[in-house]
Design a protein. Structure first.
Length: 240
């Protein structure tokens, strides 16, 4: 078997001299992708801390569950097509797919960290999976010692220490506005990314609402309406 790249695609010598193919290499590649996507589906229940350690990942943006499910559907469909064309003896079609995979890996992909990295069962850390329902003791102890955003640690002033003054209303308003600005910016980034992946505008509200730490769909749609012009401009879409 020809050597492969870390993401499972073959190196150029697999197509050297235009050697004919029976589709076996392509089927093996699809099988690796499908196994990887099944592992990603299992890892979807992990929190970010455990996800980062369950495999020796390359640097990437963690894929959302709907992206994983979509990739599983497409991989299954492609596998069925390959089997059908192989049974029909359509060698040209199989060779074209293999060449497309090679060229996409060599010339078409950009290093934007938005991909689903290849997961291998032999690289899986079982201890991370079994520990996902409990946190390591040392992590809990460390977090207990750290001040939190809700309850910052202050020096003790003894039993007669005066109560902390209430936050002025204008400060609270500024904090709420900053928090809303952060939410708006996050949703704008989500929308630009999803449009770049080929999603339609009417799908964005529900898709973004399913992501972690996002508001309800109705609030997402309101934010999208307010920022639609800027989103479409940054996504390269002509205003409608």
């Amino acid at each position: 078997m020809s050597p492969t790249r870390p993401n499972g695609t073959q190196r150029p010598d697999a197509w050297r001299n235009g050697a004919p193919t029976d589709g076996q290499q392509l089927r093996l590649l699809l099988a690796r992708w499908q196994q990887s996507l099944e592992l990603h589906a299992r890892y979807a229940v992990l929190d970010d801390e455990h996800y980062q350690h369950v495999q020796p990942w390359p640097k990437h943006e963690r894929p959302a569950r709907w992206i994983i499910d979509l990739a599983r559907e497409r991989a299954a469909s492609l596998s069925r097509i390959v089997e059908q064309r192989t049974a029909e003896g359509d060698r040209t079609f199989i060779e074209a797919l293999e060449l497309m995979g090679f060229l996409a890996n060599l010339a078409g992909l950009q290093g934007n960290e938005r991909f689903i990295p290849l997961a291998a069962i032999e690289n899986e850390r079982r201890d991370v999976l079994t520990a996902r329902t409990r946190r390591p003791k040392r992590i809990e102890e460390k977090r207990a010692e750290e001040p939190t955003r809700e309850m910052p640690r202050v020096a003790s002033r003894g039993p007669t220490a005066p109560a902390r003054a209430a936050t002025p209303r204008n400060h609270a308003t500024t904090a709420r506005r900053a928090s809303q600005d952060e939410i708006d910016a996050r949703i704008v980034e989500d929308a630009i990314r999803l449009l770049g992946w080929g999603r339609q505008w009417h799908e964005l509200g529900d898709l973004i609402a399913r992501l972690a730490e996002r508001p309800a769909a109705a609030e997402v749609r309101r934010i999208l309406r307010e920022h639609r012009t800027g989103i479409e401009r940054k996504a390269g879409i002509t205003a409608r």
